[in-house]
Design a protein around this ligand. Structure first.
Ligand code: NIG
Ligand code: FE
Length: 420
């Protein structure tokens, strides 16, 4: 059979190969092939390896010289707050001066400041802002992104955010997976009436489900936001409606959100800087993924999640960006990977599993993407680096040179390829 495209002369191809979820010490296992090629047909991987590939070439096959660069599966950022209005640089000065993140929220700023701006923003403004950020992520090699709502905190604006994501999906090559996060904070009109807001949220989830606007529901389980009990109420309803569920858990205070997530069958529990030891044990006996967000620890100057302890305890770990205007304002996913190495003390192999197959697993897309495997979608990133370790060592710059999504070239020589 002839290929539509052959990427040849790959210096080293690196890919996860174990069936997901890849947990604990298995995370240090990856496949490494020198002098490799990848053959692609109809957007899918037809074959790859270091063997002969000439029989895949016909007169219509496009051949692409990787010039000895390394190839990885497209990177997957499984936790972002992609769609929002405005920025919060004025808050950065407060954070630097030592004012706690949760105090800023309590005073009506923080997330609530972005809610105000997002409610007032037009659909088009939200669309263009998010589209630009997504392109920026793609330039760093990200090919699938989870995008949360949660800056509306009323049905109208939450739907506006989710529809922006839906429209972006019609025009942007990066694969988007939407999450409804009406439980990101209690909006000002419900302050002191959390119970009433939760009742409203449960009604709103039914609309989101009927309109098929999100795959999952997420809750910010934190002191002064939603308690463990309130989180349980919201997520149990979400589950009963057929959503997959996840939580921002143990980010600042050790409330036990991670353990609750395991009990409820969450696909992931995210942040975990303040996770309790007993919840690490619970995670290790479950298929709930610990989704770590080291960029947030960096920006907020907080401690990092105990990744080593988790991996050594046989937990499934993924690493994500948490791109948002208040606690992690960056689209640079390779810097997040550097932090996973430098601060979470993860090895290059563990990090590769944590940014490809494991996030694909908890997002429910691991049959399609997350590794270079025959039959999977051809999401491939070529990096101008001699090896995987170098990528994590030479930090702060963008190593991505070319990106393919479903076998289509979307970034060429660090530039976005525009449809003609
Ligand atoms: O993941 N923790 C809650 N939500 C985001 C921050 C959102 C914001 O500050 O706007 C997070 O850190
Ligand atoms: Fe977040």
């Amino acid at each position: 059979m002839s290929a539509d495209l052959i990427i040849y002369n790959i210096g080293v191809l690196y890919t996860p190969y174990l069936k997901p979820p890849v947990r604990g010490h298995d995370m240090s296992k990856i496949k490494k092939i020198n002098n490799a090629f990848i053959a692609i047909k109809d957007g899918l991987i037809l074959d790859f390896g270091d063997h002969d590939y000439v029989h895949y070439i016909s007169s219509s096959t496009i051949v692409f010289d990787a010039k000895k660069q390394i190839a990885l599966p497209g990177l997957i950022d499984s936790h972002t707050h992609l769609v929002h209005a405005g920025t919060r640089e004025e808050e950065y000065a407060k954070l630097r001066a030592g004012i706690p993140y949760l105090d800023i929220l309590k005073a009506g700023g923080g997330i609530l400041g972005t809610v105000e701006k997002t409610r007032n923003a037009s659909f088009d403004d939200l669309y263009h802002h998010a589209f630009g950020s997504l392109s920026e992520m793609m330039l760093y090699g990200v090919t699938s992104v989870e995008a949360k709502s949660g800056y509306g905190l009323n049905l109208e604006t939450e739907i506006k955010q989710l529809k922006v994501a839906q429209k972006i999906q019609d025009f942007h090559p990066v694969r988007l997976i939407s999450t409804y996060m009406g439980a990101h904070a209690v909006p000002k009109e419900y302050l002191g009436h959390t119970k009433g807001y939760i009742e409203q949220l449960i009604e709103d989830m039914k609309v989101i489900k009927n309109e098929n606007l999100a795959e999952a529901v997420d809750v910010f389980c934190e002191t002064g936001v939603f308690s463990v009990e309130e989180t349980k109420t919201i997520l149990s309803s979400a589950k009963a409606l057929g959503f997959s569920i996840k939580l921002h858990a143990d980010e600042i205070d050790s409330l036990g959100g991670a353990g609750l997530g395991v009990d409820l069958g969450a696909t992931s529990v995210d942040h975990l800087m303040a996770i309790r030891d007993e919840d690490i044990v619970k995670l290790s006996k479950s298929n709930t993924v610990a989704n770590l967000l080291p960029g947030t620890s960096f920006y907020l100057n907080k401690g990092y999640a105990p990744a080593r302890k988790m991996i050594d305890s046989n937990v499934i770990v993924s690493v994500s960006g948490d791109y948002n205007p208040g606690s992690c304002p960056t689209e640079n996913f390779q810097f997040i990977m550097h932090l996973a190495s430098n601060q979470l003390k993860m090895s290059p192999e563990e990090i590769l599993n944590a940014v490809t197959i494991n996030p694909a697993y908890h997002l429910g897309i691991s049959d399609q993407v997350g590794s270079i495997e025959i039959g999977k979608e051809a999401d491939i990133v070529l990096m101008d680096a001699p090896n995987l370790s170098y990528l994590l060592y030479h930090f702060g710059i963008n190593h991505t040179k070319h990106v393919f999504i479903k076998g289509k070239l979307v970034v060429l020589n660090r530039q976005i390829v525009r449809e003609s």
